[in-house]
Design a binder for this molecule. Structure first.
Ligand code: ATP
Length: 580
């Protein structure tokens, strides 16, 4: 048996392509679906023959032969059914995996600003439960094309060969059930849509509660939030009931309507038996066939409604089903890192006021450039803009080439970024630093002064850090995140406030280690704390009026009143001056 195909596909936004993609599996479904549903009519036919044979007093051998044929037919039909079901499941599993692959690829290739506007709950609901619902609809549809369509045709043809008049009269109620189902579809569509939207909202609230549970608890907001959450769940429950009630409660109604024709069958068929037109066996065959068709017809009516429901999910996931993108992993980089920033201006959203304006600087490998300034002056924003993840105005050139002209892959290879929140995974220390690559981390752990912490950990690098690093101290979390940013010795390493949770002595040691071991990298160090700024190459001081002072520590001490004041406040007056 070949393995399940999980590979990218062309035009994933066209639903027919999922059947085309699985053409061999679909061919098997057709073969087994048609043969199963054609052979199934032999069951009631042989059942009638058996009744007639017993009632007619045939000899034991003929009865036994008929009985054995009947059992063999039932066995064969079940075997065909098994294969039909197997291939339909296979189609569903493969479709579900392919859709998820395509959605995942779409999300991974979204730009940072697009991702900023996404909402986690909505994304997860679409990528998981909407895919499930949509594939379930496709599976049911594929199944019922055969189990309802082919089977009804096979039965109807047989019934017509028995008696045209009885068949036409008894079947008159079937289209009524179908008509009602058709009329209900727009209501079901609307309720399903409301339910799916609410489901996304509740998923988002759930993420928020999980992520911020501690915060809500310590601020006494837990009870209030619980009550709000309960209301949201109640609303979700109401919408779920509305979305499902019509679809499911209508099934018995469709059943009754479709079965109304049984009266015709009993009356007209019974009369035919009395007048010798039909044997009891034929009558029994006909009743069995009529019942099967009526039940199938009422299920077909329900099927319209569930396909309608899955169309809501299809429409929700369709925008995420875009062509598969592969990252260009070729890169052409040298070792002579230069960074030239000219008149850089930046805002997170197009058309909004710039957060930083007209920044210019030049730096090269082996240098450490400090970025400081007052609260909300744009220090982190400058760090983010240098990653090239967002559009910017002005120019950022690395080795003479504009940053926006590098591929995503090249940017990821050139630039390493540590944001001001450690962002640890619920995994081991090793995996948090390597993020999946296989590398020796002992030297980077020494560089961030984590080797002594490690000695107290019986599981060493395999120590689990807990959810978001909760089992580590703040300073330990900060140094693990710093080790991750340093590990690959990227050309440009941007560190946003890496030492806020680290004591000054450790900070000094780490800076010395970085100076000695990262001579091929250019470090951008964003910090509020200026204690070690006298040991680095150049400094940008961002001011709230969006202007910036730029120069060495000595130059800024001389020319920038604000810098000199902050430095003296933090270092000199605190008696910790070690100015060179
Ligand atoms: N993702 C974002 N989207 C929109 N605006 C943002 C975003 N991040 C920051 N800002 C805005 O940019 C301005 C500068 O913020 P930024 O975090 O760069 O300052 P900062 O100097 O690093 O501040 P702090 O010293 O408090 O860390 C703030 O007014 C903030 O509201």
């Amino acid at each position: 048996m070949s393995k399940l195909k999980i590979e990218p596909m062309k035009h994933p936004d066209k639903i027919m392509n999922y059947w085309k993609k699985e053409k061999y599996v679909v061919a098997c479904i057709v073969i087994f679906g048609v043969s199963f549903n054609s052979m199934i009519i032999l069951g009631p036919i042989y059942q009638g023959k058996l009744i007639d044979s017993i009632a007619g007093g045939d000899n034991l051998t003929s009865v036994l032969i008929l009985a054995a044929t009947y059992v063999a037919i039932i066995g064969m039909v079940q075997l065909l059914r098994y294969f039909k079901r197997f291939y339909i499941r296979r189609f569903a599993n493969s479709t579900s995996a392919t859709m998820r692959l395509m959605i995942y690829n779409n999300i991974m290739n979204k730009s940072t600003s697009e991702l900023d506007n996404e909402n986690t709950g909505n994304l997860m609901t679409r990528a998981i439960s909407d895919v499930d619902l949509c594939v379930e609809g496709m599976r049911k549809f594929t199944t019922e094309v055969f189990d309802t369509g082919v089977l009804m045709i096979a039965y109807l043809i047989s019934m017509l060969t028995y008696d045209v008049r009885i068949t036409v009269l008894s079947m008159i109620f079937v289209p009524v059930a179908m008509f009602i189902a058709e009329k209900l579809k727009s209501i079901i569509y609307k309720y399903s849509k409301d339910y799916r939207t609410k489901s996304s909202e509740v998923a988002d609230i759930t993420y928020d509660i999980i992520e911020n549970s501690m915060l809500y608890r310590v601020t006494g907001m837990e009870v209030e939030n619980k009550a709000k959450y309960k209301n949201e769940l109640k609303d979700l429950q109401d919408k779920a009931i509305k979305a499902n009630i019509l679809e499911n409660s209508m099934q018995p109604v469709y059943n009754v309507i479709a079965m109304l024709g049984i009266n015709m069958v009993i009356y007209l068929g019974g009369t035919k038996v009395i007048h010798g037109g039909w044997t009891v066996g034929v009558f029994s065959t006909y009743v069995a066939m009529f019942t099967a068709v009526a039940v199938k017809a009422s299920k077909a009516a329900k099927l319209f409604n569930s396909v309608q429901k899955s169309q809501v999910s299809w429409k929700r996931i369709k925008p995420y089903l875009t062509e598969y993108k592969t990252k260009d992993t070729s890169s052409n980089m040298n070792n002579n890192t230069t960074l030239t920033v000219k008149n850089l201006s930046f805002s997170y959203e197009k058309g909004r006021e710039n957060i930083i304006e007209d920044i210019s600087l030049e730096a090269r490998k082996g240098e450490i450039i400090g970025v400081t300034g007052s609260i909300a002056s744009g220090k982190s924003t400058l760090g983010v803009s240098l990653t090239g993840l967002y559009p910017y105005l002005g120019s950022i050139k690395i080795d003479g080439k504009e940053l926006k002209d590098y591929s995503e892959y090249e940017k990821s290879q050139m630039i390493s970024y540590l944001g001001h929140r450690p962002q640890l995974l619920s995994d081991t220390i090793y995996n948090n630093i390597t993020l999946g690559s296989v590398q020796d981390i002992s030297s980077v752990l020494e560089e961030v002064c984590f080797d002594t912490d490690m000695q107290a950990m019986p599981h060493g690098q395999n120590t689990l850090v807990g959810n978001s690093g909760i089992k580590l101290s703040g300073g330990q979390q900060a140094r693990i995140a710093l080790a991750r940013a340093l590990l690959n010795k990227s050309k440009i390493i941007i560190l946003d406030d890496p030492f806020s949770a680290v004591d000054m002595k450790t900070e000094e040691k780490i800076i010395e280690n970085i100076k000695n071991n990262y001579k091929d990298s250019l470090i951008i160090l964003i910090s509020h704390r200026l204690a070690i700024f006298n040991r680095i190459n150049n400094i940008i001081l961002l001011k709230n009026n969006k202007t910036a002072d730029y120069g060495t520590h000595q130059e800024l001490m001389k020319n920038s009143e604000i810098y000199a004041t902050i430095y003296k406040l933090q270092c000199t007056e605190g008696g910790d001056s070690d100015e060179e």
